[in-house]
Design a protein around this ligand. Structure first.
Ligand SMILES: [Zn+2]
Length: 271
C-alpha cells in the first residue's frame, strides 16, 4: 500500500485539495492547525480506491484468520486426522438418521437455547461416531468450539489434574463423548465420568453421547455412580436410534417424536 501511495497519480482540484487521478475523490482534507492559530493543517485521507483496497485486504485477512481458527479448533476437537473428513458432504448414504443430525445442526441456535443433547445409540458399526463427527465438523466450520472425547479417555484422568480437566471440558460449545459403557468401571474412573457429565449439566451446554447400550440398559444399571451418570445423560440428551432392525426402529421413532416436540412445529422434519 505504501508503494502504491508513492506512485499514485494526483492532481490539485478547484477546491485546492489533492485528488486521486484514478477515482477522483480527495486524498486529503484541511483542518485548523492544532498548534498554530490561523494556519491550516493538511491531513492525508484515503481516497475511494485506497479505502476499497483497504476494506478488501481487511476482509481477506479476517477470512484467513477465521479459517486458521477453525483449523486449530478442528485439531483440538479430534484425536484422529481421519475424522476431519467425516462430514455430511462426505456421507455415502449408508449411515442412517443422518438427516436428523443435519437438522440438529440447522437448529443449532435453538439447540443451544434449549440445551438439547443427543444419545446416538445402536449396535457396533452403525456409524454413530461418524454422525457425531459430522455434527462436530459442521459446527466447527461455523466457528464453534467442539470437543470429541472417548469415555475411556475421560475415565482415565489422573487424580492430579482431574479438576482442571473437568473445568476445561465445560468451556466448549458442544461436548461429544464417544462410546458410553466402554469406560473403566473402577469407582474413581466412574467418579471422573460423573464429574464431567455433571459439570456439563451445570454449564447448561449441550452434550452428545454415543453408546452401544440400549436406553433400557442405560436405565437399568445397578451400580450407584453409573446410575447417576446415566440418569444425568438421559435427562440432558434425547435418544436417537442409529441402526437397522425394524423392531427397534419403531421404538426409535417414538423417541424421536419427543425431539420433534422440542424443536417445535414445522422446525423439524419427522420421517
Ligand atoms: Zn483513488
Amino acid at each position: 500500500m505504501e508503494n502504491q501511495n508513492l506512485k499514485k497519480e494526483t492532481y490539485i482540484a478547484e477546491d485546492g485539495l489533492l485528488y486521486c487521478a484514478k477515482c477522483h475523490t480527495p486524498c486529503e482534507k484541511v483542518l485548523p492547525h492544532p498548534l498554530e492559530k490561523g494556519k491550516l493543517w493538511r491531513v492525508h485521507l484515503m481516497c475511494r480506491c485506497e479505502r476499497e483496497a483497504y476494506e478488501r485486504e481487511k476482509a481477506e485477512r479476517e477470512k484467513q484468520e477465521f479459517e486458521e481458527r477453525v483449523q486449530r479448533n478442528r485439531m483440538i476437537c479430534f484425536h484422529e486426522k481421519e475424522m476431519y473428513g467425516w462430514t455430511f458432504a462426505n456421507d455415502d448414504g449408508s449411515v442412517p438418521v443422518m438427516e436428523k443430525a443435519r437438522a440438529y445442526v440447522e437448529h443449532w441456535e435453538d439447540v443451544r437455547k434449549k440445551k438439547i443433547g443427543l444419545i446416538l445409540w445402536g449396535e457396533v458399526g452403525t456409524g454413530k461416531t461418524y454422525i457425531a463427527a459430522a455434527v462436530a465438523n459442521a459446527l466447527l466450520d461455523q466457528g464453534f468450539r467442539v470437543l470429541m472425547k472417548d469415555f475411556t479417555e475421560i475415565s482415565n484422568i489422573s487424580a492430579f489434574d482431574a479438576d482442571e480437566y473437568v473445568r476445561s471440558l465445560s468451556s466448549y460449545d458442544l461436548l461429544i463423548l464417544d462410546d458410553l459403557g466402554a469406560e473403566r468401571t473402577s469407582e474413581f474412573a466412574m467418579q471422573n465420568v460423573f464429574n464431567v457429565v455433571n459439570r456439563r449439566w451445570e454449564s447448561g451446554k449441550p452434550l452428545i453421547v454415543t453408546t452401544n447400550k440400549t436406553v433400557d440398559e442405560l436405565k437399568g444399571v445397578e451400580d450407584l455412580t453409573l446410575k447417576r451418570i446415566n440418569d444425568r445423560i438421559l435427562a440432558m440428551c434425547t435418544p436417537i436410534y442409529v441402526g437397522g432392525s425394524s423392531k427397534r426402529r419403531v421404538k426409535a421413532d417414538e423417541n424421536f417424536k419427543n425431539l420433534g416436540v422440542i424443536f417445535g412445529k414445522g422446525g423439524y422434519k419427522h420421517e
